[in-house]
Ligand binder design. Sequence first.
Ligand SMILES: NC(=O)c1ccc[n+]([C@@H]2O[C@H](COP(=O)([O-])OP(=O)(O)OC[C@H]3O[C@@H](n4cnc5c(N)ncnc54)[C@H](OP(=O)(O)O)[C@@H]3O)[C@@H](O)[C@H]2O)c1
Length: 409
Amino acid sequence: MSVIKVAILGFGTVGEGVYRTIHSHAEELKTVLGKKVEVAAILIRNQEKQRNISGDVLVTSDFEDILKLPQLDIVVEAIVGKESPHLFLKKSIERGCHIITANKEMFAHHGAELQKLAEENGVSVGFEATVAGGIPVIQTIRHLLKVNRVHQLQGILNGTSNFILTEMREKKQSFAEALLQAQQNGFAEADPTNDVEGFDAFYKTMILSRIAFGDEPNWEDVERQGITAITRELIEAAETYGLRFKHVAQINIKEGELKAVVKPVLVNQDHPFYHVEGVQNAVNVRSDIVGGITLQGPGAGMFPTASAIIEDLVFVCQNKLADVPKTTGFVSDDKTLQGEQEYWFVQGVTEKLPKELTVVDQSVAGFCILKAAKKDLIWLANKEEVLCFPILGEIKLIKEETLDSVAVS
Ligand SMILES: NC(=O)c1ccc[n+]([C@@H]2O[C@H](COP(=O)([O-])OP(=O)(O)OC[C@H]3O[C@@H](n4cnc5c(N)ncnc54)[C@H](OP(=O)(O)O)[C@@H]3O)[C@@H](O)[C@H]2O)c1
């Protein structure tokens, strides 16, 4: 084969970015692969739209036309939805093509099946672009896993939510105002549910879990919460404690089982996520030899996402993705096991609390910081008028008294 023939499914933000990058970086690709990379076909839905695509590329809305091409080596999927892209990728694998996808929703649902099918057919699956856009997080974890044992992953995986939280804090906006701003800047869709309710981050978390731990938790057991309950008042009160809200996905091992949570938490300035602002994403990986590593960068956008796809393209051509290290078992360094105490930022406590809950600070009216084991806090967190958010890491103690002696007003 003197030419590598690629089909791109979708010509939106991502698909067009891949097409343009294959052209703009043709020389680099040829040098690294020893072959020319050529876009042979593009799948779209709307034939009427004007697009800047070279006349020798097959542009079609029928996927079967693409399967009939005399040579097809790689199929890049950058469309939306779950079922059609899943079917297209299955057929591509059966035809003997390597596949690369940016579609996290589809891949969270069908990734394991596609990877198994690819293995049976001797082809590779690239999915770097499904998590944290241009940040090479999946390759980094694969690389680390060759010897390191990963204990825990934390990530800011949704740029839209991070942008909204940043705008609310910096510009003192309400959630609705910051969401509108995100929509006007093209960072949020007209229906922002997937982003602000945490579904997008949840899908990415499941993909990360599979790559880092070789498995994923039961989806129903994952605590998923978006950012819609965060108010300006909460953000301002947190700031007086030197804390910032971040929407964080966390995966670790508790009692030998994989656990994941996707929800708003608070971080102080010692945490690597404190300065991750706007549409940026970040992933912190903790493993036994190297300790903690944080990767930060653009989580979405035309060229950051194209970058992840093009890197995958090089890897699949070199057949490097077939060699996925298998995890050898779960290793835990979890600090919140069985009654281990954490710090909590709490709004709306009006009654006397049991002595298992220690008040660390209550200097801001209507709010307090508690130190407690999660199991002792659950009854309080379940109260409608109370909001509890975990604080990641240590905080500086201002004062420490038990609520036996101090009633929170
Ligand atoms: N945007 C980002 O920064 C980003 C980053 C990481 C991952 N992703 C993921 O990448 C995928 C693409 O995102 P995007 O932002 O590029 O979307 P987009 O701008 O909405 O573009 C989607 C493209 O797919 C085509 N399409 C959609 N459904 C199709 C179908 N059933 N058959 C054929 N073509 C179809 C559309 O065709 P028409 O042009 O004819 O409408 C359009 O060209 C999504 O799964 C997204 O979650 C996006």
